[in-house]
Design a binder for this molecule. Structure first.
Ligand code: SF4
Length: 704
């Protein structure tokens, strides 16, 4: 048996794994005891990773050769790489010539490696010349990105996982790490047990509309109404100010803008916040006291704050609390966004999104575009912000985008408002789908299917939630004729460049070449990794950025933030209700979320039968008070203004009355001819982050 160290391809915890194999077939997996994210532990998904690479899966569920569909709805036929590359390059060039480069869009994934991200970024902006590149990270962390930038000056989570062990008080907001980040939750449980046995004690506060497994562990659960997080944070801030629990010296020395936030919070006494949020006033006072007066308070947050039409305001409202109480820049304290995907961070660092540029540069700054053009050695770039994910598919539905290249993601299941997304894919003249798995909903719309190597088969790097860069390593050859994502991109890019009569602009010979280009883009920036190399990662293991002469576990410890003047900013944003309201026609507030043992659209995790043991079928969860004559298993119609599903009901006291909850994972394959929960959700966007409000839709529920 041989062993190869790599990283789990699922969530943003970024656990290290040891792949067991015989050089051709993966036979087992176990946690890497030396990886500082997990110290050898794996959750159920990670423990079963090798079962996603069995001979049966490789043969029947993987996309194994390039395919072309001569007519939409037809059966795709295998073609050679040479033919696929040539035809795709010719068709992209023809669309570019007829409609301009902006008629082409690239939609990628937080599950790609940093090197893949860099390759796609150059393909879109430097080779095709389109600004329209975005990632499914738009659905995941873009509100956290903008929140950090507005408040602290840079998209840089300031904390480390070890802060979970160092914190006296942990506030979990809009997150259920027990299911979505299980290894971090194990660390939280262990730290809490140890601290509860010590005189210092421990406080755990959970803010979540659902009573989750994480909430079960809490000292205090604020089961707020969906979408009211900003009102709650203003109420908490009001309580801190009223009782003198703020940190005036820290505010004076290290921040700007407190007066405006104080004035805003003055209108939100805890009694008012309690009424709007549907929680007890006493619980707001208690949560504020624990958070503000504990020696160190850490907040952990995820999609409950991000996936909202007020996503950025929710993020900055929480960061305001940290700044007002001085709970930042010291061990066990700070705002800590938990990344959903394994390399959403790497995508942010490499700038492979419409609102970002490499090395945390800003598309709104002409000088930043010029720096990127110089780094890439190209004369010009499409120097403007491109369309973000929802906007991109809306443009395709209008006919403005003619061709879309989709890699490592399944928008025909995962994007909100599926009717619009599927109409967009149907309308495009050219749909290229680069995928590892053959049977995704999006694959059905593809004119060309390009088989991509995946976990255990490819080389590169990923960055986890705590800014830690880990190596991803190949243990076995890629399935069938699959190729590394960056290599697929490079070869087609070369043909496009040749068609335009110029030398290749993406000429990397290996993944490390791409990483070195990416590294250079970080020089002198807040995320500078110019002291790091693959050799250092090989020698010393995963490392946290910035890394100039060594790793950086914690940011802002000297009270200087990443703004031009070094001062953090309070961001005064009022509470704004959700984009859609419940009412007589649609009286239930629908939330969406993860299951413990599944991942995203299940293209990988759905290949392991054992992972269905915990939750085996799609359901809509309702409070028993809303059951009427319904019993568990009865079918109901769930209708929003955009679509309808028929699902069995599950009565669940953890869901508050007048609310409903459906897991995000189930798609066409599992819900019959239906489209999964995103038939119901909508694309209302946060005005700052352009992240859609996947966490709230108004629905009606009636017996089927
Ligand atoms: Fe993989 Fe996340 Fe589980 Fe770790 S916690 S094993 S990264 S799914």
């Amino acid at each position: 048996m041989q062993e190869t160290k790599s990283t789990c391809p699922y969530c943003g915890v970024g656990c290290g794994v040891v792949i067991e194999h015989d050089g051709t077939q993966i036979t087992g997996v176990r946690g890497d005891p030396d990886h500082p994210a997990n110290f050898g532990r794996l959750c159920t998904k990670g423990t079963n990773l090798h079962l996603t690479a069995t001979p049966v899966v490789l043969q029947h569920q993987r996309l194994r050769e390039p395919q072309r569909r001569s007519a939409r709805g037809g059966t795709p036929e295998a073609i050679s790489w040479a033919q696929a590359n040539r035809e795709i390059a010719e068709r992209l060039l023809a669309i570019r010539a007829a409609h301009g480069p902006e008629a082409i869009a690239v939609y990628i994934s937080g599950q790609l490696l940093t090197e893949d991200y860099h390759a796609f970024n150059k393909l879109a902006r430097a080779v095709i010349g389109t600004p329209h590149i975005d990632s499914n990270s738009r659905l995941c962390m873009s509100s956290a990105v903008v929140g950090y930038k507005q408040s602290l000056g840079a998209d840089a989570p300031p904390c480390s996982y070890e802060d979970i062990e160092r914190a006296d008080c942990i506030l979990v907001s809009g997150a259920n790490p027990a299911w979505a980040h299980p290894i971090l939750f194990r660390r939280l449980e262990a730290a809490r047990t140890a601290r509860l046995e010590s005189p210092a004690g421990h406080k755990l506060i959970v803010i979540d509309p659902r009573r989750t497994e994480t909430a079960e562990l809490a000292d205090l659960h604020l089961q707020l109404a969906p979408g009211t997080d900003v009102a709650l944070c203003l109420g908490l801030l009001n309580a801190c100010i009223t009782r003198g629990w703020t940190a005036p010296d820290f505010i004076a020395q290290h921040t700007d803008g407190f007066d405006a936030v104080q004035a805003l919070a003055a209108d939100w006494p805890p009694a008012r916040a309690a009424e709007v949020c549907g929680v007890n006033e006493a619980d707001i006072w208690q949560a504020a006291e624990w958070f503000a007066t504990s020696p160190s308070s850490l907040s952990l947050y995820c999609q409950g704050l991000n996936q909202s039409s007020a996503g950025t305001a929710k993020n900055t409202a929480l960061i305001n609390l940290h700044l007002a109480t001085g709970q930042i820049g010291k061990p066990g304290a700070g705002p800590f966004s938990l990344t959903g995907q394994p390399n959403a961070m790497g995508g942010r660092e490499s700038g492979g999104m419409a609102t970002l540029l490499p090395g945390h540069r800003d598309p709104a700054q002409a000088a930043d575009w010029a720096e990127v053009a110089a780094l890439w050695n190209v004369p010009d770039l499409p120097s403007k912000r491109g369309l973000t994910a929802v906007e991109m598919f809306e443009a395709a539905a209008r006919g403005d985008i003619k061709a879309i290249w989709i890699a490592c993601t399944n928008p025909a299941q995962s994007m909100p408002d599926q009717a619009t997304v599927r109409a967009a894919l149907a309308r495009c003249d050219l749909v290229i789908v680069q995928e590892s798995f053959a049977h995704t909903a999006t694959a059905r719309y593809a004119d060309y299917l390009l088989p991509a190597a995946t976990w255990g088969e490819k080389e590169g790097t990923v960055t986890n939630s705590e800014r830690r860069i880990s190596r991803v390593r190949a243990a076995v050859p890629a399935a069938g004729d699959s190729r590394a994502d960056w290599l697929i991109v490079r070869d087609i890019a070369a043909l496009i460049d040749a068609g335009l009569g110029r030398a290749p602009r993406l000429a990397a010979g290996c993944a490390e070449d791409l990483w070195l280009e990416h590294r250079e883009a970080t020089r002198g920036r807040d995320l500078d990794i110019t002291g790091l190399s693959w050799a250092v990662l090989e020698r010393d293991g995963p490392q946290q950025w910035p890394y100039v002469s060594g790793p950086t576990p914690r940011l802002y410890t000297d009270g200087r933030f990443a703004t031009a003047d070094g001062r953090a900013r309070f961001v005064a944003r009022p509470y704004v209700p959700t984009a859609e309201a419940t009412g007589v026609d649609h009286p239930f507030a629908l939330t969406t979320g993860r299951l413990r043992d599944q991942w995203h659209g299940m293209s990988r995790s759905g290949s392991v039968p054992g992972l269905f043991a915990h939750d085996g079928r799609p359901l809509v969860r309702l409070n028993p008070a809303d059951a009427g004559t319904l019993a568990d298993g009865d079918l109901v119609h769930v209708r929003s203004q955009r679509g309808e599903l028929v699902l069995p009901v599950k009565l669940d006291a953890n869901i508050a009355p007048a609310r409903a909850d459906i897991a995000m994972h189930w798609g066409d394959e599992f819900v019959g001819a239906q489209q999964g929960v995103n038939a119901l959700t909508h694309g209302a966007l946060c005005p700052d982050s352009r992240q859609p409000e996947l966490k709230f839709s108004a629905v009606a529920i009636a017996p089927a």
